[in-house]
Design a protein around this ligand. Structure first.
Ligand code: NAD
Length: 270
């Protein structure tokens, strides 16, 4: 169903890997709502093939870019502006990766080369994407930039490991750059803090299956799906949220403000 919320808007969507990806749903919903988009992902993700199907389905060009490479990002912004015939209106950063998590390295025993790589991919790349657009004046006034995050930036979830630190950094960039980009071009920058969701990145976290059930029981509305997250992103790209900036916005069925639910208490009585 379309409400034409993004009619006439243009944007870049980073991070659609497969049908489960949150970015995949955002890309589909953005086009449904009337937007024109450019898809991008790391060159290695291109080899997996699925993004090509999405590009064909949505009539969207795919421009590979490693989000840690300033050179790739510069080329991406130039190519997107050429494709759109000028500035564009929104950008989704939907990128995350920790080698320590992937290889099962404990938080107290990190391989710092991996930590640095994860920080670059998951956190600093947000700054690099925004800075590339900022320097080229690529985004229209009242444009909107989003990053995706998780509540482990505020509260401890031990198996989230160094990704918690990466997400704190990401959320801080939304505030700091949101200030500067707001002053310069009235561009807004926010992060959406999403429920645990079954995707390639999400499933890499140890004990994810039990954890997702716990989160479901601890959220008055239950866990938010990838599609619902995409719908929230669409409203944030639309003109209906023009004065929301520099925020971390929880999209988690109420998890973040729940101390405990009756259902979880009763589990302990069993
Ligand atoms: N799945 C969850 O439970 C959950 C919860 C909250 C927030 N998030 C966040 O949502 C975002 C999207 O993740 P997802 O769950 O859809 O998983 P996903 O695995 O589908 O997406 C992660 C994407 O990051 C891309 N990527 C990795 N390294 C890159 C690089 N160097 N350059 C460019 N792209 C690169 C991958 O190719 C992939 O497309 C991430 O920031 C993730 O941390 C996920």
């Amino acid at each position: 169903m379309s409400n034409g919320l993004l009619e006439g808007k243009k944007g870049i969507v980073f991070g659609a890997l497969n049908e489960q990806s949150i970015a995949w749903k955002v890309a589909e919903r953005a086009v449904e709502e009337g937007a024109q988009i450019v898809l991008t992902n790391a060159p290695i993700a291109m080899r997996m093939g699925a993004i090509k199907e999405l590009g064909e389905k949505l009539n969207a060009p795919i421009i590979p870019a490693d989000a840690t490479s300033e050179e790739d990002l510069d080329k991406l912004i130039d190519a997107a502006m050429e494709h759109f015939g000028g500035k564009f209106d929104f950008m989704l950063h939907s990128i995350g990766m920790s080698i320590n998590v992937r290889k099962g390295r404990h938080y107290t025993d990190q391989n710092y080369d991996w930590t640095m790589k994860g920080l670059d991919v998951s956190g600093m790349s947000f700054h690099k994407c925004i800075q590339a657009a900022y320097k080229k004046e690529a985004i229209t006034e009242w444009g909107s930039i989003l990053g995706l995050t998780y509540i482990a930036a505020q509260r401890v979830f031990p198996d989230y490991n160094d990704m918690a630190d990466n997400k704190s950094f990401l959320e801080s960039i939304a505030r700091s750059f949101g200030y500067h980009y707001g002053i310069k071009n009235k561009v807004r920058i926010n992060t959406i803090s999403q429920s645990p969701t079954v995707t390639t990145a999400g499933s890499g976290v140890k004990g994810f299956d039990q954890f997702i059930t716990y989160s479901e029981k601890m959220s008055p509305l239950g866990n938010a799906s990838a599609l619902d997250c995409a719908n929230y992103c669409i409203t944030m790209f639309s003109d209906l949220t023009k004065y929301v900036t520099m925020q971390n916005l929880f999209h988690d069925g109420g998890f973040s403000n729940t101390g405990v639910t009756q259902e979880v208490i009763e589990k302990f009585g069993e």
